[in-house]
Design a protein around this ligand. Structure first.
Ligand SMILES: [Zn+2]
Length: 154
């Protein structure tokens, strides 16, 4: 697995499947090349289920190095945020989703942990989880073990 060393959220990048031709000029200089890649994003131990690929960008100023740029909507939605586009202000609007508080009887509910994840899920196949490797426990046990709820399935 290739390790992502220079992951940056490129806010003016791909929004809602649309490549924005920006009015903002960044100090990085001209782009020498840009290409979609198959790199994955692991968030708190769980692979994000992205519907768009990352982009490798090489700048003319630093031709021996590439940076991974992520499609902001796909990544943030996979992390559990709401994403909107404010075209009038050239702004990506990121909002934390409201997560309902946990009631006492919900603590006895069965939750699932992926083989490597640190978040617990309400289903055993959230995102790219392998159901065959997921393990179940009560929500109380998961919380007692320091796990937090997945923002996608809760
Ligand atoms: Zn989940």
């Amino acid at each position: 697995m290739r390790k992502l060393k220079n992951v940056k959220i490129f806010v003016m990048g791909l929004v809602a499947g649309m490549l924005l031709v920006g009015t903002t000029v960044f100090a990085a200089g001209a782009i020498a090349s840009a290409a979609f890649n198959a790199n994955r994003v692991i968030f708190d131990g769980d692979e994000l289920d992205l519907d768009m690929p990352l982009v490798s960008i090489v700048t003319e100023a630093n031709p021996d190095f590439f940076s991974n740029y992520m499609p902001v909507r796909a990544v943030l939605e996979a992390m559990g945020y709401e994403v909107d586009w404010d075209g009038a202000n050239n702004a990506v609007l990121v909002t934390t989703r409201a997560i309902a508080p946990v009631t006492a009887n919900e603590l006895g509910a069965t939750v699932w942990l992926s083989a490597t994840g640190i978040r617990y899920h309400s289903v055993n196949d959230c995102g790219n989880m392998d159901p065959a490797r997921a393990r179940s426990m009560t929500r109380q046990q998961a919380r007692d073990d320091g796990h937090q709820a997945c923002a996608i399935c809760w």
